[in-house]
Ligand binder design. Structure first.
Ligand code: IMP
Length: 184
């Protein structure tokens, strides 16, 4: 496992993004919509660094599950529980890879008539992009490596790490325990 972005660098960048979002929303009250489950640590830290009133909600969509490559179209598993018409909405993503998930989310939310819709992503694997999606706030652009930590997982492991690390190809092979649990 190779550490790509250390904990202090993440904290510093999250503080900058918080200040930037606050500057762009002088009247406050944006609604942050976190994309479960990878967003949780980023979302919590971002909230602490966002010096304006804001609300939060969460959405859950089908993800890679135990695989390290994208599979199939995104599917809504859990929706938000409120009307976003006329609201300034900010989607909070852990990572944007091909962009299909974000494209799906943007189309879903834009159809509901928000006043504005922006995205903040901690990580951007821009070289893998297949959909041309705008991302207003990006933490770090990273190379085409499978990364874990700071909320991101591989087969539900490594979310707790305070840094972002890249897994080697050998580490991406499911272990017998994971295989027998039926999640690989
Ligand atoms: P996209 O639809 O290809 O942009 O994929 C977005 C989702 O895939 C993210 O929200 C993550 O859940 C997952 N994902 C993409 N790359 C990685 C990675 O390197 N590590 C962990 N999850 C990833």
């Amino acid at each position: 496992m190779e550490v790509l972005i250390g904990s202090e660098a993440i904290q510093g960048r999250v503080r900058e993004i918080g200040r930037q979002i606050a500057r762009d929303h002088p009247e406050g009250a944006p609604l942050l919509i976190g994309v479960l489950r990878g967003c949780v640590i980023f979302m919590a830290d971002l909230m602490k660094c966002l010096p304006i009133p804001h609300e939060i909600d969460f959405i859950s969509i089908s993800s890679y599950e135990s695989s390290s490559t994208s599979s199939g179209a995104p599917r809504l598993v859990k929706d938000i529980g409120r009307d976003i018409r006329g609201r300034d909405v900010i989607i909070v993503e852990d990572i944007v890879d091909t962009g299909h998930t974000l494209d799906f989310l943007r189309r879903t939310f834009l159809a509901r008539g928000p006043a504005s819709l922006k995205t903040v992503a901690l990580l951007d694997k821009r070289s893998r992009r297949e959909c041309n999606v705008p991302i207003e706030y990006v933490g770090f652009e990273i190379p085409d490596r499978f990364v874990v930590g700071y909320g991101l997982d591989f087969a539900e492991r490594f979310r707790h790490l305070p840094y972002i690390a890249a897994l080697s190809p050998e580490e991406l092979i499911p272990t017998p325990a994971i295989r027998s649990a039926g999640v690989a």
